[in-house]
Ligand binder design. Structure first.
Ligand SMILES: *Cc1c(COP(=O)(O)O)cnc(C)c1O
Length: 369
């Protein structure tokens, strides 16, 4: 039997992509905010129903730049969670800021807002919560706390493209949100990312940061870097965006199949669906807690059958060896995150995953001995 990977990149047909990139051979304009870049930006502003989208070569640089754009004083503290991809914590630290780790809640694995306020000190300047697996954070409670303490909120929305809450697209919460368009995400531009924001004044700063601060042929007004999305990336995005709703619908069906098979099994915990949230079904996390096999045993059993699941997120970022000397590190400070990280497995999930394969995966998980 063939290998089932944890994910499989969404792609348009070969013909559709070739059609989209054809004019690049005439224009010879391959990067630097060309026609495809402009077209994708406009299409995303419409799809995400948000006033500003700035495109980036990847999500991580987008996050690093938007944090830098806020102009926080070096050494300031930023509250975040360790139950995330390396990128979130790295982006904070690479900006000369100190990450302060808040625990997650055990219902949807996003930041536990009841533990947030106790972590605020006079040095706190921002909160960088992470929407995980397609679940969204308690955006209302976060806004209330942030407003009361004068803190900025930047969401890591890498997992949340296409998600909405009470009809509002997830791109519209906080000062800004970062999306990743990496090949493994629900929507991809091969590599890529974006910042969405509402404050008009952020636009010039983010543009300067991704394009060397160049304002004109003879004007360089800002010490910027280079993080521009190129035309081939943008073209992939234009194609993939045409199919996004169908893509999410197919993912939903796969998730429903998993839920039918694994829901209600003792020792297997699935994420509850969030009230008022339209999910994108980005990941299917399963927590093995008191089940006849441990998470690691399930992982190995699947692997022996050529099925690749992922311990995601494990390890927690506050236990990375690169943060050994960071005073705020240590998983004992985030016990729920530590508990989940030791027991969670994300199962293969992509739009074209066949029901027969879902069944094969579930049969292995459920087998009695
Ligand atoms: C993918 C991801 C990122 C980084 O995005 P890239 O586009 O790969 O740079 C950041 N945060 C989270 C939670 C992610 O999953």
């Amino acid at each position: 039997m063939s290998t089932i990977n944890v994910t499989r990149s969404s792609m348009p047909t070969y013909e559709e992509y070739c059609e989209e990139i054809k004019d690049l051979w005439e224009s010879r304009w391959l990067t630097n905010m060309g026609a495809k870049h402009k077209k994708l930006q406009a299409a995303l502003e419409e799809y995400l129903d948000t006033p500003h989208v700035t495109l980036y070569t990847n999500g991580h640089l987008a996050l690093e730049n938007v944090i830098a754009a806020m102009g926080f004083e070096e050494g300031s503290e930023v509250i975040t969670t360790p139950f995330t991809f390396a990128s979130t914590t790295h982006a904070i630290v690479r900006n000369g800021l100190t990450p302060v780790f808040c625990d997650v809640n055990d219902a949807d694995y996003t930041i536990d807002v009841s533990k947030l306020e106790a972590l605020i000190t006079p040095k706190t300047v921002a909160i960088i919560p992470v929407h995980v697996y397609g679940n969204i954070c308690d955006v209302d409670a976060i806004k209330k706390i942030a407003d009361a303490h004068g803190l900025k909120v930047i969401y890591d929305a890498a997992h949340a493209f296409g998600v909405s809450y009470n009809g509002v697209n997830v791109a519209n919460f906080g000062e800004a949100s970062m999306f990743s368009f990496h090949a493994t995400k629900v929507f991809n531009t091969i590599e890529g990312g974006a910042i969405t924001f509402s404050d008009d004044s952020l636009e010039q700063v983010l543009y300067d940061m991704k394009n060397f601060g160049i304002r004109g042929p003879e004007s360089v007004a800002y010490v910027g870097g280079n993080a521009k999305m190129n035309e081939f990336q943008a073209a992939m995005g234009i194609c993939n965006l045409r199919h996004i709703e169908e893509e999410i619908e197919k993912r939903k069906r796969v998730v429903e199949r998993y839920r039918e098979r694994l829901g209600g099994v003792k020792g297997i915990k699935l994420c509850a669906e969030q009230q008022g949230v339209k999910s994108n079904y980005a990941y299917f996390p399963v927590v093995f807690d008191g089940y006849r096999y441990s998470r690691d045993e399930i992982f190995e059993n699947l692997k022996a059958n050529d099925i690749v699941a992922r311990k995601y997120f494990y390890p927690l970022t506050n236990s990375f060896e690169c943060y050994e000397d960071l005073p705020t590190a240590g998983t004992e400070k985030t016990p729920v995150a530590a508990y989940i990280a030791d027991r969670v497995l994300t199962l293969p999930l992509f739009a074209d995953l066949a029901f027969a394969d879902v069944d094969r995966i579930c049969d292995i998980i459920l087998k009695e001995n």
